[in-house]
Design a protein around this ligand. Structure first.
Ligand SMILES: C[S@@+](CC[C@H](N)C(=O)[O-])C[C@H]1O[C@@H](n2cnc3c(N)ncnc32)[C@H](O)[C@@H]1O
Length: 278
């Protein structure tokens, strides 16, 4: 095993480090950009999304509901929980309503550290660095599994003696069990004080029918950067050990403190929650 590999790499764990720039394979960041109506994607990304939608049309709704959850969660954290520091891992290609924009619209002094490992996100990172004057933002090109690098570099901007919101929105399903996502989240939570928050959204294994899930996995085999690890509601809840869940608890993304009507409830296939560290 080289220093570039995760512990346990021989047991099927993935390599840790920057993702190669490969336009022939669909990438999660660029597919998500296409789902949200962005322009920073390639033919392989669009083809994969189009195939996914043929099998499961509600993926468009799910991705957009996920992005809306991110906005509501950050707004809640800044406005109601009084959080002024954010560690946003799995940032994605900048789009409308980036974490610092939502937080700084409420509290201009908010500080936000972004982390992603995809070179296309790095290429667009300048859009994440347009902080308000009172606050600050930083971008770290790193893999979620490299928590040591993330925490030491984030400490340049964030004060880890004060509460921090760690946001892992639509990223943990990209971490296979062999890479021990529970210990990754525990290491991040260990680094922040009581009164900090954890926000997660995650593909829900029981929210798809078996044939749909099989169809989506076949596409990933052929086309995608990585396989997702589908996790149940109970498995997603385990990430929140040591926290108290904010109301309404662990629900589908469109059901978490919806802005308006709940007519769309029970439609997406992502679980989410926000927890406060005890
Ligand atoms: C679907 S996007 C989510 C963007 C944003 N969090 C949101 O929900 O709107 C997931 C992002 O996680 C990033 N990602 C996936 N695995 C990662 C890893 N191991 N380390 C860092 N970033 C990762 C991808 O590159 C992608 O940009």
């Amino acid at each position: 095993m080289t220093s570039n590999e995760a512990p346990g790499a021989d047991d099927g764990a993935s390599k840790v480090g920057p993702l190669p720039f490969d336009v022939t394979k669909a990438h999660q960041a660029r597919m998500y950009d296409y789902y949200l109506g962005g322009k920073d994607n390639y033919a392989a990304d669009r083809a994969a999304v189009d195939e996914h939608i043929k099998i499961y049309p509600d993926l468009v709704f799910t991705m957009r509901a996920n992005r809306a959850f991110l906005g509501r969660a950050v707004r809640y954290l800044a406005e109601e929980a009084g959080i002024r520091q954010f560690l946003d891992i799995g940032t994605g290609i900048p789009t409308a309503g980036n974490t610092h924009e939502v937080a700084q619209a409420i509290a201009p002094e908010s500080r936000v550290v972004y982390v992603d490992y995809d070179p296309i996100v790095l290429a667009h990172a300048r859009a994440l660095l347009d902080s308000s004057e009172a606050g600050a933002t930083e971008y770290i090109d790193a893999d979620l599994r490299d928590t040591g690098t993330i925490l030491s570099r984030a400490a340049d901007l964030l004060d880890f003696t004060k509460p921090v919101a760690i946001t892992l929105i639509s990223i943990l399903h990209a971490i296979p069990d062999a890479d021990d996502p529970y210990s990754i989240v525990a290491k991040l939570l260990d680094a922040v004080p009581s009164g900090s928050y954890l926000a997660i959204s995650h593909v829900g294994s029981e929210l798809y029918q078996t044939e749909t899930r099989q169809g989506l996995e076949d596409i990933a085999d052929r086309m995608a950067q990585q396989h997702f690890t589908w996790r149940s509601r109970e498995q997603v809840a385990r990430f929140f050990e040591g926290t108290d869940l904010v109301d309404p608890g662990l629900v589908r993304v469109e059901e978490w403190r919806p802005a308006a009507s709940t007519a769309d409830a029970q439609r997406s296939s992502f679980w989410c929650a926000v927890g406060r560290k005890r």
